[in-house]
Design a protein around this ligand. Structure first.
Ligand code: NAD
Length: 450
C-alpha cells in the first residue's frame, strides 16, 4: 500500500499545505544503491574531552567517507565521547556538537561513541548513561531525514587498552545509506572475539563480504524475508529461501530472481532442523529467523489455538531449530544467527498479547544465548525489531491505525523491507564479531517502545 502522504509532501503545493496545517514533514530517505553506496559528503570527526580509546580514525575510514576535523556541510558527524566520565564532562558534548549540528547535510548521520557505563564508578556510569538520553532526544529533534545513534565500546574490559577496531562494521553500517530507517538506537559492542580469539574476521571482498557463506532465510517468499534474501545475495551469500509449502510458487519466483535455492518447508515441522541441515551440506554461515504470523484478538476473546499458533511459529520453532542447528554444528564457527523481534515485543500492542509475547521472547533468547553461543560455538546471536514496515502484514492493518503507525516516529514514515534487510546484513558481516546479543530497532525511532 503506497504512502500517498509521503508522496504529497514531496510536492511543492503538498509541502506548503501540510506545513500550514502543522502536519508531519517526512523527508524522502536515501537508501543504498550500487551507484550511490556512500553518503554524499565528508565525515566530521570530533572528540569531547580526551578519548578513552585508540583507533577511532582508522575505524571511521572503513566508512569510505573522507574523514576531516573541519567541514562546512558534513554528511556525517562522529563525536567520540568515550572519555566523558563526569557530569561536568557532558559540557564537552554540548560544546562539540552545538556549533555544528545545523550544518549537517539533509539525510545526515550523527554517531556518538561512548563506553559501557561502569558498574564500579557511578560518576562515569551517570555521564555515559546521560549520552543515551542525549542521543534519543537529538534523534527526535534533528529532522530532515537525519539519524542519531550511540555506539558503546567496552573500554574497561578490553585487555591491553581499548580500541575502536571492533566497531568497524557497525560504523560502516551506521555511516551509510543502509541505515536510513534506524535512529535513536544504542548499540553495545562486546569485547569477546568468538570467531578466533584474535578479533574481527577480515573481509576479503568488500563488494561481496559474504562470499563463501551459505545463508538460510525463513519466511523468504515475500515481504521482509524476500528483501533479506535479496540483500544477503547481493553481499555474496549463497541463499536458501525457506517458506511454507503453500507459498511454493511465490517462493520459487523469489528464489529464481535471486539465484537462490527454494526450500518449501513449514518451520514448525518436527523435522525442520534436520531438513535444513540436509539442504545445507556444507553448513550454514548465516541463519535468519524471519518467518512470523499474527493472529490478533484481545486476550478475553482469544481462543487457545490462536495463542498457540503464534507462539509456535514466532518463538518455539525458533528456539527448537536454533538449538538443533547449533548442537549438530550445522551453523559453522564464525556463524551468525539473526532473529526477528518487533517493537510490539518492547512496547506491547492492543490485541497482540500472543504476538508481543512471542517477540519479547525472541529478545530474551538473543540476550541469553548470544554470549554462550559465542563462547561455545563462535556464533553471534542478534535480533532486529522492526517498527512499521510497508508489507502485506501492515497493509492489512485498518487505515487509521496504519496511518498512525507510519507517522508516529522521528522520520514520520514507514520503513521498507530493505531497511530491515540491511540491518540483518550488518549483523551477518564477517567482521561483526563484536556485535552480539543486540536487539536493533529498525523503526525510524518509533514513539512506541522507543
Ligand atoms: P509477511 O506476512 O509478509 O511474510 C511472512 C512470511 O513468513 C510469509 O511468506 C509466510 O508464508 C512465512 N511463514 C509464516 N509461517 C511460516 C512457517 N510456519 N514456516 C515457514 N514460513 C512461514 O510478513 P512480514 O511483514 O514480511 O514480516 C516478516 C517478519 O517481520 C515477521 O517475523 C514479522 O513478525 C516481523 N515484523 C514485521 C513488521 C512489519 O511492519 N511488517 C513489524 C515488526 C515485525
Amino acid at each position: 500500500m503506497a504512502d500517498r502522504y509521503l508522496h504529497l509532501t514531496g510536492t511543492a503545493p503538498g509541502r506548503f499545505l501540510t506545513r500550514r496545517l502543522g502536519l508531519p514533514q517526512p523527508a524522502p530517505l536515501r537508501r543504498w544503491t550500487l551507484e550511490t553506496p556512500h553518503l554524499d559528503g565528508p565525515l566530521l570527526h570530533l572528540t569531547a574531552g580526551a578519548s578513552a580509546v585508540t583507533g577511532v580514525a582508522e575505524a571511521l575510514r572503513t566508512s569510505g567517507l573522507t574523514v576531516t576535523e573541519r567541514a562546512d556541510r558534513p554528511a556525517a558527524i562522529v563525536l567520540d565521547a568515550t572519555g566523558v566520565a563526569t557530569a561536568a564532562g557532558l559540557g564537552d558534548v554540548h560544546a562539540a556538537l552545538h556549533p555544528v549540528v545545523r550544518s549537517l547535510a539533509p539525510g545526515g548521520r550523527i554517531v556518538v561513541l561512548g563506553t559501557v557505563p561502569s558498574p564500579d564508578d557511578h560518576h562515569q556510569a551517570a555521564a555515559q548513561q546521560a549520552l543515551e538520553g542525549f542521543v534519543r532526544s537529538l534523534g527526535k529533534e534533528i529532522g530532515r531525514g537525519s539519524t542519531v545513534q550511540l555506539v558503546r565500546i567496552p573500554v574497561a574490559r578490553i585487555p591491553g587498552g581499548a580500541s575502536a577496531h571492533a566497531a568497524g562494521s557497525t560504523l560502516r553500517f551506521l555511516l551509510s545509506p543502509r541505515s536510513a530507517y534506524v535512529s535513536g538506537q544504542v548499540i553495545e559492542l562486546t569485547s569477546a572475539a568468538p570467531d578466533s580469539g584474535s578479533g574481527p574476521t577480515p573481509i576479503t571482498d568488500p563488494a561481496a563480504p559474504l562470499t563463501g557463506r551459505t545463508a538460510l532465510v525463513t519466511g523468504a517468499a515475500r515481504g521482509i524475508g524476500a528483501a533479506v534474501a535479496s540483500v544477503l545475495a547481493r553481499d555474496g551469500a549463497r541463499v536458501i529461501a525457506l517458506d511454507v509449502p503453500g507459498a511454493r510458487e511465490e517462493l520459487e519466483r523469489t528464489a529464481d530472481r535471486l539465484g537462490a535455492t527454494a526450500l518449501p518447508l513449514d518451520i514448525t515441522a518436527p523435522d525442520a532442523a534436520h531438513r535444513i541441515a540436509a539442504a545445507a551440506p556444507g553448513g550454514l554461515g548465516v541463519l535468519v529467523h524471519n518467518a512470523g504470523i499474527t493472529r490478533d484478538r484481545r486476550l478475553a476473546n482469544m481462543p487457545a489455538d490462536r495463542w498457540a499458533s503464534v507462539i509456535e511459529v514466532n518463538l518455539d520453532s525458533v528456539l527448537r531449530t536454533t538449538d538443533e542447528l547449533l548442537k549438530t554444528g550445522t551453523i559453522t564457527r564464525g556463524g551468525r544467527i539473526v532473529a526477528t523481534a518487533s517493537i510490539a515485543g518492547i512496547a506491547g500492542n492492543t490485541g497482540q498479547t500472543n504476538y508481543a509475547a512471542s517477540k519479547a521472547g525472541i529478545i530474551g533468547l538473543v540476550r541469553s544465548l548470544g554470549p554462550r553461543a559465542a563462547a561455545d560455538h563462535g556464533v553471534t546471536v542478534n535480533a532486529v525489531a522492526p517498527g512499521f514496515i510497508e508489507t502485506k502484514m501492515t497493509a492489512a492493518v485498518p487505515l487509521f491505525i496504519r496511518e498512525a503507525g507510519r507517522r508516529m516516529n522521528s522520520l514520520s514514515q514507514g520503513g521498507l523491507p530493505v531497511d530491515v534487510a540491511e540491518a540483518v546484513a550488518w549483523f551477518a558481516q564477517p567482521d561483526s564479531t563484536a556485535v552480539n546479543g543486540q536487539v536493533l530497532r529498525v523503526c525510524g525511532q518509533s514513539l512506541l517502545g522507543a
